[in-house]
Design a protein around this ligand. Structure first.
Ligand code: WTA
Length: 567
């Protein structure tokens, strides 16, 4: 029996107080995510239950019970507090998926500081703009990533502490670098958890903007209410489940549903930091006896590509519930998973800003392959006309997704960017910036983004960020960056460039430019193709017409170019 039951019952009797009561939270009282994910589970008698099972490269493995999770997060919290980290200071977590990333995240929250997770594959430029924007005071990292920080440290006087969790004692530390070995630290049994309230800041996640710099999405401790209830009802985690969320906590899925939701439920979750291959993943499911699996369309398409035969080599019979997020989940993938695993993937839709799932296929609900499902009870939704912003009443017509901004996990602002934040709201609706239609039964059918952001393998890449980085390459005069279709990643980054005089459009130069972006930004942002052009299409006012180039890539009708002129 799923936790969810029937959609109509849930919708008719819904109130967020259901979650407040289950979590024994009294409005106006203290609510600290770090405490809820550790101490509370122990107080409720599950201290000996496994919380985290981890495996890394080279057959390394570790596991933590809830009591060990509680003490380890206390230890990290106390260490940071002793350094002088204050409530609301930003502390960046810049690590691969090692236990310290998960423990550090909760330790930061326990002392009331703001956790700022960043994807460890970011290059120095991606890292710098996000630390600089947040005025980050401390960064917790691994020695393999310290080199990137050293390159930019001189430009960041506010970054006082670089905490290295696996420092090699034989190596020298530079100024501001501090070693911290969790296994050697004196365990802190008792920690005064900071008495954060509902609106106290918790997590600062950076997401790509269409035009300006990446935006810092501000969340608060009260987000727990939505994250807890959606984990319970949508991911359907139950007492004896082994849960696997494949997302990296550098991105929001890896925090909302890779840390907060499951630990607040007292679930056992497993984490693998080994890298993707169909074989690795299936072996992991078999070994850990994974029951609930939350993944993403690109991974599912890669598994489809790996074929049906390999599935039969493993015992995947433990699987009970599958869900997906991050990009459109094509109907074929749902049908395929039903055939090979005997279970469909349940698509879920949400974003960094929404903080928690807002639209989804619920356990037990009829799935229409290709549809994102229905709005979470308690989230009021509509589709608005693209021009008038009036709600569309007829089913099937595409418009903008609109949500009443009243669920607990919705962001509270973009860090130091109130103008962009204000633009996300129209006529009392929050607009995520995606297009969709709704059918007669209230199912959403995704129809694309309403901006130029590229969604590659579920990761959002800003064309603006890539174009700015390209201009720093000595050979590039101008550039335009758009999405290009891709079988597995759905979209990949493609750059059109014009060269400065004296540079030849060679294959070597193409590789050089690609590498330049990979190092500066990340492998995700690296163009998979560079097309040299003599000139770029521009509007009369000189703005590059990205949409024209994009339409060419997708073989879409370009139509009357003059309508693009004013974009
Ligand atoms: C897209 C990830 C289609 C969408 C949790 C959204 C999806 C953006 C789906 C957020 C889905 C997410 N179907 N598109 N099920 N889920 N998206 O902030 O464009 O990294 O706005 O959060 O991904 O990406 P973000």
């Amino acid at each position: 029996m799923s936790h969810f039951g029937s959609y109509d019952d849930r919708a008719a009797n819904f109130s967020w107080s259901i979650a407040e009561k289950e979590l024994e939270y009294t409005p106006g009282g203290v609510i600290n995510i770090g405490w809820y994910c550790t101490d509370r589970i122990c107080e409720n008698g599950s201290g000996d239950k496994k919380a985290l099972i981890w495996e890394g490269t080279g057959a390394q493995s570790k596991s933590y019970t809830y009591n060990e999770l509680r003490v380890a997060t206390n230890t990290i919290g106390a260490f940071l507090r002793n350094l002088g980290i204050q409530p609301e200071d930003r502390v960046c977590l810049f690590m691969d998926r090692i236990p310290e990333l998960y423990l550090g995240f909760l330790g930061v929250l326990k002392i009331g500081a703001v956790a700022q997770p960043l994807f460890s594959a970011f290059g120095e430029e991606s890292l710098f703009v996000r630390l600089d924007d947040a005025r980050t005071r401390a960064i917790i990292t691994q020695r393999k990533h310290v080199g990137k920080i050293r390159k930019i440290i001189d430009q960041m006087p506010y970054l006082e502490f670089i905490i290295i969790v696996d420092h090699d004692r034989k190596k020298e530390l530079r100024e501001r670098e501090i070693p911290f070995w969790l296994d050697d630290a004196r365990p802190v049994e008792m920690l005064d958890v900071h008495p954060t309230k509902a609106e106290s800041p918790s997590v600062l996640h950076y997401t790509s903007g269409t035009t300006g710099r990446p935006k810092g999405v501000q969340h608060v401790h009260y987000s727990l209410i939505s994250q807890y209830l959606t984990t319970k009802w949508v991911l359907d985690i139950q007492e004896n489940d082994i849960y696997w969320c494949t997302a990296d906590p550098g991105w929001v899925t890896g925090t909302s549903y890779g840390i907060i939701g499951p630990f607040a439920m007292g679930a056992t979750q497993c984490v693998q930091d080994i890298g993707f291959s169909a074989e690795n993943w299936y072996r992991w499911i078999e070994k850990q006896k994974v029951t609930v699996w939350y993944s993403a369309p690109t991974a599912i398409r890669s598994l489809m590509k790996a074929g049906d035969a390999i599935v039969k080599k493993f015992d995947l019979s433990s699987l009970r519930h599958l869900a997906s997020v991050g990009e459109p989940l094509n109907a074929e993938a749902v049908i395929w998973s039903q055939r090979v695993y005997g279970l469909p993937f349940h698509d879920t839709y949400w974003q960094t800003e929404t903080g928690s799932i807002v639209i989804s296929n619920f356990p037990g609900m009829k799935i229409k392959p290709g549809s994102m499902g229905r709005a979470f009870p308690g989230v009021t939704s509509a589709i608005l006309d693209l021009k008038s912003y009036e709600p569309i009443t007829e089913p099937g017509r595409v418009g903008l997704i609109a949500l009443r901004p009243d669920w607990p996990a919705l962001m509270r602002g973009y860090w130091k960017n109130p103008e962009t934040y204000a633009k996300k709201f129209v006529n009392g609706w929050y607009l995520p910036g995606d297009r969709s239609s709704i059918d007669k039964e209230g199912y959403f059918w995704f129809a694309g983004r309403d901006d130029d952001i590229i969604n590659t393998a579920g990761h959002l890449v800003s064309p603006f960020e890539v174009e700015s980085a390209l201009l720093e390459h000595p050979a590039v005069a101008e550039s335009a960056v758009v999405a290009k279709p891709d079988d597995v990643n759905m979209e990949v980054v493609k750059a059109f460039v014009t060269l400065k005089p004296g540079f030849e459009p060679t294959d070597d130069l193409e590789l050089d430019i690609m590498n330049f972006i990979r190092k500066k930004l990340s492998s995700l942002a690296m163009p998979q193709e560079i097309e040299y052009v003599e000139s770029l299409p521009k509007t009369r006012s000189g703005k590059i017409m990205r949409r024209l180039l994009r339409a060419q890539e997708w073989g879409e009708e370009i139509g009357d170019v003059s309508t693009l002129e004013n974009d």
